[in-house]
Design a protein around this ligand. Structure first.
Ligand SMILES: [Mn+2]
Length: 347
């Protein structure tokens, strides 16, 4: 930690970045560290490839986060927060890797140890806890804006102090942040009380889609692109839906299946293409067959701790940790469901 502090204090221009589709911890820990370095007179850039979810617009200095970097060679240091590997920052990973010093600050047990300096603590409830310890060790002042950022990181990553990573530090640090001026009700209202109507309608569709395995140990939620289109929601609105599937009594594993593209549209496009070919039979090859129904799916898995979902994800070429994992697959929805429900018989 001291090596990192010494390096940051002598840095010239620091790029701070977190993972694509950022969450409260990624954003909170990035902003908190950025503001501390800013106060120390370092040049900083806050960077994220994805749009910032609207619920996090209240975070201090969120408007300073940029989505494009003109020249990555401007930076002597990169601080990467809440990323289990560098690829999580998105398309610019290779360019960030060229920055002379890459500092890896994270709490995922699966962290790949990338970068030149690491501050990885799987016992920490959130990356924001690690950033808090780093700031304290630096002897830097935590003002209200920094406190809001740290508090939000811990609140969201522990699922409001409900998830298995909730530890004493979560309460102790948040208590200290409240002393500094954080208003818990204000943050809670912003994070959990400001959903769009579309997000609530999407929740309705998601709840309706829940299916339970015959042994009642696995629940599955399915979200189609059509559901997102109908409710005018985006990928980021899917965050926070899977705990509903996990919250059913006796469920050991919850699955969220997300369809990447609208399969009915793919079908319609192919139909149009075939119809427009002159001199051909009006024949739509494979319309009822396997190939047209194939689609790309993102699958998230959560476990109550009795089943290792990382092992399940690995069977499909994915990864994660024992309680939360995921994979992407190209298949048909029926096939995917069948395979997963078959696995659930062994839970
Ligand atoms: Mn995190």
């Amino acid at each position: 930690m001291d090596r990192i502090i010494k390096h940051l204090k002598n840095s010239r221009h620091v790029l701070l970045a977190t993972h694509v589709n950022p969450d409260g911890d990624g954003l909170g820990s990035m902003i908190a560290l950025g503001l501390v370095l800013d106060a120390m007179g370092r040049r900083i850039t806050l960077y994220n490839e994805s749009p910032i979810p609207a619920v996090f617009y209240f975070l201090p200095e969120v408007g300073r986060i940029v989505r494009k970097i003109k020249d990555f060679r401007d930076y002597d240091t990169a601080a990467i927060l809440d990323c289990s590997d560098l690829g999580r920052v998105g398309e610019s990973a290779a360019e960030i890797d060229q920055i002379p010093t890459v500092i890896n600050i994270d709490h995922h047990i699966t962290n790949s140890n990338f970068g030149n300096m690491q501050l990885i603590s799987p016992d920490a409830c959130a990356s924001a806890e690690i950033v808090y310890r780093l700031i304290r060790r630096m002897g830097a002042r935590i003002d209200k804006n920094i406190a809001i950022s740290i508090y939000t990181g811990i609140l969201t990553d522990t699922g409001s102090f409900r998830f298995a990573n909730t530890n004493r530090a979560a309460f102790e640090i948040c208590e200290e942040m409240i002393q500094i001026g954080v208003e818990p009700y204000m943050v809670a209202q912003k994070v959990y009380g400001a959903y769009s109507l579309g997000r609530i309608k999407l929740l309705n569709l998601a709840l309706n889609s829940i299916e339970i395995s015959s042994n009642r140990k696995m629940s599955m939620m399915t979200l189609t692109q059509k559901m997102l289109d109908e409710t005018h929601t985006r990928s980021e609105d899917i965050d926070g839906l899977i705990p509903y599937a996990m919250g059913i009594a006796d469920i050991r594993v919850a699955v969220l299946v997300r369809e990447r593209h609208d399969s009915s549209q793919i079908l319609a496009q192919r139909k149009r293409y075939h119809v427009s070919l002159p001199g051909r039979d009006w024949h739509f090859p494979g319309e009822e067959g396997e190939s047209l129904k194939k689609n790309q799916f993102d699958v998230s898995l959560r476990s109550d701790g009795t089943v290792d979902v990382a092992a399940i994800a690995a069977r499909f070429g994915g990864g994660g940790h024992s309680r939360a994992a995921g994979f992407s697959i190209e298949t048909s929805l029926e096939d995917l469901k069948k395979q997963l429900f078959e696995l659930s018989e062994r839970f």
